[in-house]
Design a protein around this ligand. Structure first.
Ligand code: GDP
Length: 233
């Protein structure tokens, strides 16, 4: 029997979101701010932050959504991310630091890498973090907005420190995903053929080449379990 509109709206929609971007742009801080409403002072953060994922439930347009939000946990330091990190993602949050031109200029490379692993319809948002550092801004808003529009991404500036724009960033992605039923109805988005074959781009290291996270944790399998979030290390 075909599902009624009412039963459809009660069904729990599982959404996988990824955070990517250069090291130190504030990916872990954005995740902590959004899911735990927490901010660690700058001097504590680098030593303490090592978030791998968080699960966050919310309602969007009357639909229950369970988001698993994945953090790279430092993999980007090796200039590559494993194929299994990308598998099954419906949304990607590309983070740069508004006070670091270099982190903004790395975005095309991150987008290029994405193309190898996720289908083109996956929702992407460019997030300019550290908006509180207006005094040392190196990337004008208009330039970043134009880049996002040109590359088919949503765009927002945010600050994990002050919480400005953070909820908006995550909500915008999820809303766009819910508006794209092919991303979550029945089949999950297909990985690109390269990802399915476990082919890596860019310089690889031994961890990346194995196609799994450090410690041989296969993220795609972990994601299937009912998670409450936390660190897997
Ligand atoms: P990641 O490597 O991209 O996950 O970055 P982290 O979340 O570990 O943050 C790197 C550093 O930037 C830490 O010292 C954070 O405290 C700091 N940071 C993160 N977000 C912000 C922000 O919005 N404003 C400011 N001023 N600092 C931030």
């Amino acid at each position: 029997m075909a599902p009624t509109l009412q039963s459809q709206s009660k069904e729990l929609i599982n959404v996988k979101l990824l955070l990517i971007g250069n090291s130190s742009v504030g990916k872990s801080s954005l995740l902590l701010r959004f899911s735990d409403k927490q901010w660690l002072p700058e001097d504590e953060a680098s030593a303490t932050i090592g978030v791998d994922f968080r699960v966050h439930k919310l309602e969007v347009q009357g639909r229950k959504v369970k988001m698993s939000i994945w953090d790279t946990a430092g993999q980007e330091r090796f200039r590559t991310i494993t194929a299994s990190y990308y598998r099954g993602a419906q949304g990607v949050i590309l983070v740069y630091d508004v006070s670091s031109r270099e982190s903004f200029e790395a975005l095309p490379r991150w987008l290029e890498e994405l193309e190898n692993y996720v289908s083109p319809e996956v929702v992407k948002i460019v997030v300019g973090n550290k908006l509180d550092k207006e005094y040392s801004r190196q990337v004008p808003t208009t330039e970043a907005a134009a880049f996002a529009a040109r590359t088919g991404c949503l765009f927002v500036e945010a600050s994990a420190k002050t919480a400005v724009g953070v909820t908006e960033a995550f909500n915008d992605v999820v809303t766009r995903i819910i508006d794209t039923p092919s991303l979550w109805r029945e089949d999950k988005p297909k990985s690109s053929p390269r990802a399915a074959a476990g082919i890596m781009t860019g310089p690889t290291n031994s961890t990346a080449a194995s196609g799994s996270m450090p410690g041989n944790i296969d993220l795609s399998q972990v994601q299937e379990e009912d998670m409450s979030g936390g660190c897997l290390c």
